[in-house]
Design a protein around this ligand. Structure first.
Ligand SMILES: [Zn+2]
Length: 271
C-alpha cells in the first residue's frame, strides 16, 4: 500500500516537472520518477544492475529510467538510495516489419563475419553502457538531421524472412552527404565502421544518456572529442545493413534503447 501511495505521489509530482512530457512508462519508453527534493544531495538511483540518470527539475530530483523493450507490463522496481520503489509499466504491442536486403551476408553472416560482429558488439556495448558522473540538465534533443522520420522503433524485424532483433532506433531519411549535428553536448566514446551499423559515432551526454548515429558516409569526429550542440558528427550515408541512405538514430538510457521520438524537441518538418 505504501509503495502504491508513493507511486501515485510520484506521478503527481512528475506531472508538474519539466521532464514530464517524456514520461512514457512502456517497453522501449522512459519512466520519469520523482526521487525527492533537490535541497538534498542527488540520490543514487539504479534499475537492475545499471546506474540511472537523475536530473534536476525545478526543486525536485527526477530519475530518468530507460525501460527495456522486452519488459513485460506490470510493476518494475527502481532502487533509490537503497530503497525499492515501484513503477508501473504499461503494455505496448510493436508490429512486425519485413525488409529485403540484397547482400545475404547481412542475414546469415559467415564465421569470420560473426567473429567480427562479436568484437564490435563489445565495443558498442561498452560505449552504450558508459556512465560518466556529470550534471545533466534534461533529456530533450534537437533532431540531428531534418527529414521524414520512420516510426519503426521497436518493430520486430524480419530480414529476407529471417527473424532478427527488434529495431532499436529511429530512421531519418535524408540524402547522402547531409551533415549530422550533435543534438546535445557530449563526448565521443566510439567511432568505427561496423558490420551491421556501417560508419558509426556514439556520443556520451552524461550519466548513461548516450546517442548513436549509424550508416554514415563519413565520420567527422574522433574518439575522446568533446562536441557541442550543433557540431557536425559526420554525414548521412548508406554503409552497413541498409536498404538506402538514411540516418539510424539511437537513444540510450541506463544501457537501454528507448524510442528517440520521446526526446526529440521539434516536430518533423513537412515533406
Ligand atoms: Zn535503423
Amino acid at each position: 500500500m505504501m509503495r502504491c501511495t508513493l507511486f501515485l505521489l510520484c506521478l503527481m509530482v512528475a506531472a508538474t516537472a519539466s521532464t514530464a512530457a517524456e514520461h512514457s512508462p512502456r517497453p522501449g519508453g522512459i519512466a520519469i520518477v520523482d526521487v525527492g527534493t533537490s535541497k538534498l544531495p542527488k540520490p543514487d538511483v539504479s534499475y537492475g544492475s545499471k546506474p540511472a540518470l537523475v536530473v534536476q527539475a525545478l526543486d525536485r530530483w527526477n530519475a530518468v529510467i530507460g525501460i527495456p523493450l522486452d519488459t513485460q507490463s506490470g510493476e518494475i522496481s527502481v532502487r533509490v538510495n537503497g530503497i525499492e520503489m515501484g513503477v508501473t509499466v504499461a503494455d505496448h504491442a510493436y508490429a512486425e516489419q519485413r525488409l529485403t536486403v540484397k547482400n545475404q551476408s547481412y542475414v546469415t553472416p559467415d564465421q569470420a563475419q560473426l567473429d567480427r560482429i562479436g568484437r564490435e558488439r563489445k565495443i558498442i556495448d561498452g560505449a552504450l553502457n558508459n556512465f560518466r558522473e556529470v550534471a545533466v540538465d534534461g533529456i530533450s534533443l534537437a533532431p540531428p538531421v531534418d527529414g521524414p522520420r520512420s516510426s519503426s522503433f521497436g518493430l520486430r524485424r524480419f530480414f529476407n524472412d529471417q527473424p532478427r532483433s527488434p529495431h532499436k532506433g529511429m530512421d531519418i531519411a535524408a540524402a547522402s552527404g547531409t551533415p549530422i549535428k550533435a543534438p546535445r553536448e557530449g563526448i565521443v566514446t566510439a567511432t568505427g565502421d561496423y558490420f551491421f551499423n556501417g560508419n558509426t559515432v556514439i556520443v556520451d551526454h552524461g550519466q548513461g544518456y548516450v546517442t548513436m548515429y549509424c550508416h554514415m558516409s563519413e565520420i567527422a569526429v574522433e574518439e575522446g572529442q568533446m562536441v557541442g550542440t550543433g557540431e557536425t558528427l559526420g554525414s548521412v550515408g548508406a554503409t552497413g545493413r541498409v536498404t538506402g541512405p538514411h540516418l539510424h538514430f539511437g537513444t540510450y538510457l541506463n544501457g537501454t534503447a528507448v524510442d528517440p521520438a520521446i526526446v526529440l524537441t521539434t516536430p518533423e518538418s513537412p515533406r
